[in-house]
Write a protein that binds this ligand. Sequence first.
Ligand code: FES
Ligand code: FE2
Length: 445
Amino acid sequence: MDATQKYSVIDPATGKIDRRIFSDQAIYDHEMERIFGRAWLMIGHESLVPEVNDFFHTYMGEDPVILTRDRQGELHALLNMCRHRGNRVVRCDDGNATRFMCTYHGWSYGNDGKLEHVPGTSEAYYDALDKPSLGLVQARVETYAGIVFATWAEDAPSLEAFLGDARWYLDTVFNRRDGGMQALGPMKWLEPVNWKTMVDNCSDNYHVPTTHLSSARVQTRYLGRPPLSHKDQFESPNKHVFVNGHSITFREAPDNTPRYVHGISKDTFPLFLAYHEATLPEVERRLGAFRARHVQLGNHSIFPNGVLGFRLALPRGPLQTEFWHFVLLEKGAPEALKRAIRIGSQANNGAAGLFEQDDVDNWRQVTAASKSRLGRRISQDLSMGLGHAGPHPEYPGVVSERYISENNQRLFYQRWEEFMNAESWAEIPIAPITARFEGTATIRG
Ligand code: FES
Ligand SMILES: [Fe+2]
């Protein structure tokens, strides 16, 4: 497909999608321009660069980026490419440095991106080099509750508009405490999967009782988790919601128990319950009573490639994805609770996680099917729950009637089309913010 051709990869009336979007190199190259070149992308967390002069090496799509906190404490996202010939100026994962020296010819950049020193400015360049125009290329940076986002697009709307009403739900995990959160990680590994397979899986509540049957049984037997069946999933009052490009699932929680996270077991539950009760007044003050008591975020994805909370699905070609798995902890939580979440996270997600291994096998097969000679010509079927979603009196976004639905997946691929077909941000629709954000929490935390 060339750049002038309009994509029509999903039929909203039938939910049929064109499998070539999972394997075609030209489509992938176009994704890098039109999605990763213009969307707000999660690139890190403020806690990864807590002190002035800290830096953390990350990516925006396939572009290597240095997240820095400069000498004044300001955040920057700098393309890790020397403006002379293109060497990387940072070659490690993180550190603390006031400037970065390119090891090819010695050009040195401040951690705000400015080109500060060039060997031979007079002797070699005759004082003719335009240093101010040769700083590291910078992306726009904004933060949401400590999570750092960046975009290459000058014409992108604010991060607040980009997240829209999704923040109303996301706040219930990421914006609960005055003291904020800390990120551990990332654990990184490569999988032979297209990056979208794990994004759309974040709202796939249908697969859980089948894919994760054996893992769930282990959890029931050894951790005291309730058994999981199709019947439970089909009858679940939980919700499946699409908000401005972002896919959300959440639990309506009338019982005021803590949100389930990996790490909760019959042994650790009292710890989680005590923490939940002790922090509830603070959470109510920050988010209002309704969200604090009734809304518990489930799996979700932030468009385009933020998954399962604070995890990145970094594209590495149409047939490969680099997973960056972080654990986010509330800074003020007791150490024993943090430890339980850390261990639970590794045991279930992450390279050796039980649930992770179940999932990755599916995504590999979905990706592989999309490149076979015959398979790639036959569309995927995402028809579940067609016509059974719409506005809800209490909850923002497009809410499905049932927890088990493919509405979020259909809308994700429609959002993908909107980005792929737009010439500029002016052509990408943004849903207005309609949610009432009760409480004192702001986008800044
Ligand atoms: S490539 Fe960096 S100084 Fe020459
Ligand atoms: Fe799964």
